[in-house]
Write a protein that binds this ligand. Structure first.
Ligand code: PHE
Length: 332
């Protein structure tokens, strides 16, 4: 059996052939298996001798099977590799480069400007307590500005924040001055979608509270900010306005980047584009948030990121930001 198996194994030329040799000798009905089965019929003296021989033959065949298998395996692989040809001139599948979204670019740029001026970044929840969104910001229940802000109410006490100003209250309640923060984030108002409105948009809030902070500090900060974002020649203009949480309050315009102030299509002939709301933090708000208004004062402003990005990149429709059209996104 041993010689026969050795001969067959030495001429086996495929893994399949090898398997049939294995079955022939070591399978359930194999030749060696039947010898081992027949051991019971042998005499007590013969049994150990035959047993030893049979075991020797079995391990011999097993070893040779394994050797032959790995040789054949290697040969088959070499054959396959030899036959396969890779055409290195074939064009590959290319993956387009992604780009940062224009809104992300503007948010990052604004963060950079303020981090450079020593501000810290603060965050707050988008699902906000009515208290922080309104009450702490000096907007009591039934205050008309709650209508202006077209609020999404979750329930009586919980809203989708309509602005980033509630983060002011959250920070002031946990931290004494000096405070210098910006808070970028998403805000919600139930507005109809059109070229300049969306129910979801982004704001960046800024808050500075310290001893002796004045309106001059606010104007100076806004000037630096406008010049970094829109160019050295940019001017700003403050128009009196009203916000419950600031007093005095202003709306802030930047001189039009399209015409430099003489009037063009972008600024609708005005020469100015409104980008943010600002003011001196209302002493009522400071007091409500645990800061003594007889010692400290502060300024705050909130800007619409979409609006700034539209101004910055000359985009005339806010809907483009969320349509995910790569032809649009690739341009910035
Ligand atoms: N929260 C105001 C808004 O959403 C903007 C603002 C922030 C105005 C801070 C003044 C000070 O319109």
């Amino acid at each position: 059996i041993k010689n026969q198996a050795e001969k067959e194994l030495s001429t086996a030329s495929s893994l399949q052939e090898l398997e049939s040799i294995r079955l022939k000798y070591l399978g359930k009905k194999g030749e060696l298996t039947s010898v081992l089965r027949g051991m019971g019929a042998l005499s007590a003296e013969e049994r150990p001798i035959i047993g030893q021989i049979a075991n020797h033959v079995r391990s011999f065949i097993e070893e040779r099977l394994e050797e032959t298998e790995s040789t054949l395996d290697r040969k088959e692989k070499e054959l396959k590799l030899g036959q396969e040809v890779i055409d290195i001139t074939m064009p590959g599948t290319s993956r387009g480069f992604g780009k940062r979204h224009p809104l992300t670019q503007v948010i990052d740029e604004i963060k950079e400007v303020f981090l450079g001026m020593g501000y810290q970044i603060a965050e707050g929840p988008e699902i906000e307590l009515d208290y922080f969104n309104f009450e702490a910001m000096n907007i009591p229940k039934n205050h008309p500005s709650r209508d202006v802000q077209d609020t999404f109410y979750i329930n009586d006490n919980v809203v989708l924040r309509t602005h980033t100003s509630p983060v002011q209250a959250r920070v002031m309640k946990t931290q004494q001055p000096p405070i210098r923060i910006i808070c970028p984030g998403r805000v919600y108002r139930s507005d109809e979608v059109d070229a300049t409105h969306s129910p979801v948009f982004h704001q960046i809030e800024a808050l500075v509270v310290d001893k002796g902070v004045t309106m001059g500090d606010l104007v100076g900060t806004l000037k630096v900010f406008a010049k970094v974002l829109f160019g050295e020649g940019t001017n700003i203009r403050l128009r009196p306005h009203h916000f419950p949480f600031t007093e005095p309050s202003a709306e802030v315009d930047v001189s039009c980047w399209g015409c430099g102030g003489s009037g063009c299509r972008i600024c609708k002939g005005e020469g100015w584009v409104e980008i943010l709301g600002a003011g001196m933090v209302n002493p009522k708000v400071l007091r409500e948030c645990g800061i003594d208004p007889s010692v400290y004062s502060g300024f705050a402003f909130g800007l619409g990121v979409e609006r700034v990005a539209m101004a910055r990149f000359n985009i005339d429709d806010m809907r483009l930001f969320t349509e995910n059209d790569v032809r649009f996104l690739k341009q910035f």
